[in-house]
Design a protein around this ligand. Structure first.
Ligand code: PMV
Length: 320
């Protein structure tokens, strides 16, 4: 009745922004991502009839705020008649700061719950359960390059390439480690309701996904760089033009973007992407990672630089 699972966050190259169905949390658009390696979240889930209710500790402290979402996610995997769960989570990077901690959390949670109950669900079923909690979490069930396709009734996922097929590196420049001002879920709904660019964003997504898929298949870094930066800036344009506007960036975010552009002008294979937070993720070829990490660490206001390769999907560590 107890299992420990680990999952890594993923970073979207072609972004998910907007919901087709807010009840089922179905995305309005498909997305493509890379699963990271050295950032991780573990979830230790124990179902125990003697508990009065679910409990959650994150990094050793009680953490009631996130518990209702985790409880609902456990209900989806284990059924609403399940025993209460004791959840112990560890995370080695800042939480709720635009570093996809919800993706690794829900991916690890569904895998741990499934293993604790020895249910034997397949990866797609678990990915759909994680995706119902946090759309991007579904992608963290898979290793390397991942595509999420959206349909009328549910999502589908496919691994486009394994980490070893194209071992890109990611340098994360943390520009502010605090929690984000608006959750991505609320922000997406606001964008869909108010941004004049939202419909166009949705219309153009399939074209960007096609280019992303071709670039990954061909290991064409320049093509991937161009479409990923364009797609990221389109998503943030939708956010900026929502009412009230949603701006996750700070001035250091902009300096990091410019630093990445300058590195590229000097011949380095690197591009930036940014999610619902002020952190800049620089994706590069392995031979360029040292120079990119050095340049971003030198930017005034960058509080931390993390470096990672591509990694595995969520998996069980121990089950008893
Ligand atoms: O999965 P959510 O609800 O946290 O939304 C994630 C949205 C972005 O990170 C901004 C983009 C993405 O595709 O991951």
């Amino acid at each position: 009745m107890r299992a420990l699972a680990i999952a890594q966050p993923n970073i979207a190259l072609i972004k998910y922004w907007g919901k087709r169905d807010t009840q089922k949390n179905l995305p309005a658009v498909g997305s493509q991502s890379i699963t990271l390696d050295s950032l991780w979240t573990t979830m230790d889930v124990e179902f125990a009839a003697e508990l009065a209710a679910d409990t959650l500790q994150v990094n050793g402290s009680d953490s009631p705020a996130m518990l209702p979402r985790l409880s609902r996610c456990l209900d989806r995997v284990a059924g609403t008649d399940r025993a209460p769960a004791r959840i112990l989570s560890e995370c080695n990077f800042p939480i709720a700061a635009g570093l996809a901690s919800s993706a690794s959390s829900f991916a690890a949670l569904v895998v741990a719950a499934d293993a604790a109950l020895a249910q034997g669900n397949d990866t797609l079923t678990l990915a759909r359960s994680a995706g119902a909690a946090s759309g991007s979490a579904a992608r963290s069930l898979y290793a390397g390059f991942v595509e999420l396709r959206t349909g009328e009734t549910d999502i589908d996922l496919e691994q486009l390439a394994a980490p070893a097929d194209w071992p890109l590196e990611v340098i994360v420049a943390v520009t502010h480690a605090g929690a984000k001002p608006v959750s991505s879920g609320d922000a997406m709904i606001r964008s869909a309701n108010t941004s004049p660019f939202y419909a166009r964003w949705v219309d153009e997504q399939d074209a960007d996904l096609n280019v992303g898929r071709e670039a990954i298949e061909a290991r064409d870094f320049a093509r991937l760089a161009e479409v990923a930066e364009h797609n990221c800036l389109k998503m943030h344009s939708v956010m900026w033009t929502s009412r009230p506007s949603i701006v996750y960036w700070n001035h250091v975010t902009l300096v990091c973007m410019q630093t990445v552009r300058e590195l590229r002008d000097k011949g380095h294979a690197v591009f930036f992407t940014i999610d619902a937070g002020p952190q800049v993720k620089a994706v590069c070829l392995p031979g360029d990672a040292d120079a990119v990490a050095r340049a971003l660490a030198d930017v005034d206001g960058v509080v931390e630089v993390m470096r990672t390769g591509l990694g595995d999907g969520a998996r069980v560590v121990t089950a008893t």
